[in-house]
Design a protein around this ligand. Structure first.
Ligand code: BDR
Ligand code: CA
Length: 298
C-alpha cells in the first residue's frame, strides 16, 4: 500500500475524500493534518478528528496553521456552513489530537517512510509550505504531493480566475509548486466537473453506514440552485488510487500573489515541471464513489 498523509480543512468534500482514502486498498493513511480553510482551524481540526473516528481511520490527527502565510483567514462558510459540515452533529472523537503541529507530524511520518510518502493536500497549502520551509530535507523524503487547488486554465470559484485553496494562501501554493517535489495539481477547472446530482448521492449513500456525509451534503453548498454538489477533493485521492478517472498533462504552473491576481494559477515556461489534470471521466468517478459507498454498507 502507498503510505499517505492527508492535509485537509473539512469541509464536506474533504470528508468524502477521507472516506475514500480509508476504503482504498491502494492506500494506507498514516497521518492527517488540519489547516484553516473552509472554516477556522478550531472547526476544521475538530471535524477532522471526529471524521477520522467516525470512518475508522486510526492514524494521528494534528492541528496546523490558524492563518495563511500572509494576511487573515478567508473562509468558505457560504458553501460548507459555519461549522464546515453543514450543521451535522459529529460524534465524539475516540482520541485526542496528536501533540505535534501538523508540519512536524508530516515530517516525522515522511522520515519513517523512507521516501515513499505521498501527500494529498485538499485545503489551503499553508501546513505543507511550513513543513517544507522548516525542514529543508523534507522535499527529498516525499514521493509526491497531489494538490486540489488552483485552476490551470483559469476558471475560478473565488474570483473569476482564482480557486479557493489557492486564493486562501497563494504564497503557500506558490512555495509548494516551486518546491522541487513531484507535484500533481487537480485544479478547479477540472474538479468543477465532479458534479454529483442529489439523486445520485441518495442512491449511493442512502443506505450506508456513513449517513452523516449524506446529511451534511443535503445541507451544504447552500445557495446553489440545484441539489447537485461538486466533490472537488475526492479527485485528489483518485489521482493516486484510480488514475483512469483523470487525464493528466505536464507543464509548469505558478501561483500569482498580487492584489488583483491573488490565487490565479498560470501555465508558464519559467516554473518547475508539474503534472496537472486536464480532463475528468465523470462516469468513472461515479463508479469509484459507488464502490466506496458500497464498502460502507451496514
Ligand atoms: C476547494 O475549496 C474548498 O471549499 C473545497 O473543500 C475544496 O478543497 C475547492 O475550491
Ligand atoms: Ca477542502
Amino acid at each position: 500500500k502507498v503510505p499517505v498523509f492527508i492535509d485537509c480543512d473539512p469541509g464536506i468534500d474533504d470528508t468524502f475524500a477521507l472516506a475514500l482514502a480509508k476504503k482504498s486498498p491502494a492506500l494506507q493513511v498514516l497521518g492527517i493534518g488540519a489547516v484553516q480553510g473552509n472554516v477556522g482551524l478550531g472547526r476544521t481540526g475538530a471535524n477532522a478528528l471526529s471524521i477520522a473516528s467516525y470512518i475508522g481511520l486510526g492514524c494521528p490527527v494534528a492541528l496546523g496553521a490558524t492563518y495563511p502565510l500572509q494576511g487573515v483567514p478567508m473562509g468558505a462558510a457560504y458553501a460548507h456552513g459555519s461549522d464546515g459540515m453543514g450543521g451535522v452533529a459529529l460524534p465524539t472523537p475516540d482520541r485526542t489530537f496528536d501533540r505535534r503541529p501538523a508540519w512536524k507530524l508530516l515530517y516525522d511520518t515522511a522520515k519513517a517512510c523512507g521516501g515513499q510518502l505521498q501527500v494529498i493536500a485538499i485545503g489551503p497549502l499553508t501546513n505543507i509550505a511550513k513543513a517544507l520551509e522548516l525542514y529543508p530535507d523534507l522535499k527529498d523524503m516525499l514521493a509526491g504531493i497531489t494538490v486540489m487547488g488552483g485552476s490551470p486554465t483559469g476558471l475560478g470559484n473565488m474570483t473569476p480566475s482564482a480557486e479557493f485553496n489557492a486564493f486562501n494562501d497563494p504564497w503557500a501554493m506558490e512555495a509548494v509548486l516551486e518546491s522541487g517535489v513531484d507535484i500533481t495539481v487537480i485544479g478547479y477547472d477540472v474538479t468543477s466537473q465532479a458534479v454529483v446530482q442529489g439523486d445520485e448521492l441518495e442512491a449511493m449513500i442512502g443506505d450506508s453506514r456513513i449517513p452523516l456525509l449524506l446529511n451534511g451534503m443535503r445541507r451544504t453548498f447552500v445557495g446553489e440552485e440545484s441539489d447537485s454538489k461538486i466533490l472537488n477533493d475526492v479527485l485528489a485521492v483518485m489521482a493516486l488510487t484510480d488514475p483512469q478517472v483523470l487525464t493528466i498533462e505536464q507543464g509548469s504552473l505558478r501561483c500569482l500573489t498580487g492584489r488583483a491576481d491573488r490565487g490565479t494559477t498560470v501555465l508558464t515556461d519559467d516554473g518547475s515541471p508539474v503534472r496537472y489534470a486536464v480532463g475528468l471521466d465523470r462516469e468513472k468517478m461515479l463508479d469509484v464513489l459507488r464502490r466506496m459507498c458500497a464498502d460502507y454498507q451496514k
